[in-house]
Design a protein around this ligand. Structure first.
Ligand code: SF4
Length: 302
């Protein structure tokens, strides 16, 4: 199959010969296409390696991080309301039917895309805020599981994309029991020190708490680490920062976290902080090689 994405597997150090398809102002690179509602969207995602249906778990945009590179626009209210399960479930069923009936080609941004890019790779629990802070997280997962088990659609993989802060909550642990080993959990880890955590993620919790939660889940099942390295104040990331981040990964591994892979990327869409930019591919590749050399982990650059 043609590789439509510009990812590099640092383990093999091989680079695709294919020219990446331009993604700005398109459905590529996590540009989301909402289907006339706010609960579910379609996206052609390099990290999902194709078409993903995204579930907007936090339409109220609640998140306890305020990352300098955050691409969610608009003000973020402090209190999360419950996710409207019925609306989400109906919207997800409609999106799955659209894919199953091969009608995505009728939507203008998807019209000219090749068939293989429109094969569903996953249903992603993500959206405008932090999904693990959704107060009815379990109910939401149960509604997705019901659709998956109902036999109306081919089996699909679920992917939870999280900043890790709610992984210890009973509500979330209960919901994650429905995850099979086919499903995936992608957890954000951008830095290796509390000082940098404050600068980059501007979170209302400590890095230590996030690490504890990564361990909590990573000891039970393989996880994917998602690491975004922004160019901040137009300065490239320094080797001390990379080293502390790598040491953090090493500690996680030594303490029993099963890390299936590390996704390395940088800011793309316009960020809220105008000083935050995109780190060049050569820098991201160098970081990936360093991680691979020091930890042996499989790394991919996007
Ligand atoms: S964790 Fe995600 S939603 Fe929250 S501020 Fe960071 S990028 Fe934005």
């Amino acid at each position: 199959m043609v590789n439509y994405f510009s990812s590099i597997d640092a383990k093999s150090k091989s680079k695709s010969n294919q020219k990446p398809i331009p993604f700005r102002n398109s459905v590529f690179n996590d540009g989301r296409y909402f289907l006339n509602q706010r609960w579910v969207y379609l996206v052609i995602s390099p990290r999902a390696e194709g078409l993903s249906i995204g579930v907007n778990v936090n339409p109220d945009r609640y998140c306890n991080f305020d990352c300098i590179y955050c691409e969610v626009e608009g003000p973020r209210p402090k209190v999360a309301g419950p996710c409207p399960i019925h609306h989400v479930s109906t919207a997800l069923e409609n999106a799955l039917r659209l894919v199953q009936e091969n009608r995505i080609h009728e939507i203008p941004p998807f019209r000219s895309l090749p068939e293989e890019l429109l094969q569903l790779k996953s249903v992603t629990l993500s959206g405008d805020g932090e999904p693990t802070l959704c107060p009815n997280f379990t109910e939401l997962i149960e509604s997705v599981i019901r659709l998956r088990a109902g036999g109306l659609f081919p089996f699909f993989k679920m992917v939870l994309i999280t900043n890790g802060t709610g992984l210890h909550l009973n509500e979330v642990r209960k919901g994650l029991k429905y995850f099979t080993l086919t499903d995936e959990i992608w957890v954000k880890l951008d830095v290796g020190t509390q000082d940098e955590f404050i600068i980059v993620n501007r979170a209302r919790c400590s890095l230590k708490e996030v690490i504890q939660n990564i361990l909590l889940i990573g000891k039970k099942r393989p996880i994917v680490i998602q690491s975004l390295f922004p160019e901040s104040n137009f300065r490239p990331i320094d080797s001390i920062s990379i080293n502390s981040y790598v040491q953090c990964l090493i500690k996680l591994i030594r303490n029993g976290a099963q890390i299936a892979s590390v996704q390395i990327y940088s800011a793309h869409r316009p960020a809220s902080d105008r000083q935050c930019g995109h780190l060049p591919l050569r820098d991201l590749s160098a970081i990936a090689r360093e991680i691979n050399r020091e930890t042996g982990l499989n790394t991919r650059v996007f």
